[in-house]
Design a protein around this ligand. Sequence first.
Ligand SMILES: [Zn+2]
Length: 173
Amino acid sequence: MKQLECEFEADVLCAVIQARWPERVDSELREHAKTCAICSDVAMVAGAIESAREESASYSAVPDALPDSGRVWWKAQMRARREAVEAVGRPITAIQVAAFACAIALLGACIGATSSWFQAGLKWTWSQVTGIDVAAIIPYATGLIASHGLLAACMAAMIFGIPVAVYLAVGKE
Ligand SMILES: [Zn+2]
């Protein structure tokens, strides 16, 4: 099976991008690139990209001077880098979304439990949508929470446990 990755690939790429290749890199790395098909390809293609970039005014586009194989490689590199950045950002996003959902849920619970106008509005909306008189339900629900501190604590634990579980699940990927 053909080797697809090499542990020195990133070092070679860095050296080329920082214009340290091939003079100002470790001789070990230079020797390795002579025998490694991947690293020699990286050095060659990245070198072509860098020289094309220096000639080109545009730094963002794929350099026109590249052969098709180089363009494919360049795009794959950009995609890999973007995916790596997204993978790092994803757990933070999940936490933020979960925290936001918790905040909204808690805010809604607080308003619902304390504000009579909100309850009135909710009752009206609920009865308009479902035809059920919610007036009989809300005192029962608030009474349940008030008299069942343990249940409320369990619900709070669930609300805060879910984002932690989401974070662990996403972080393990
Ligand atoms: Zn290599």
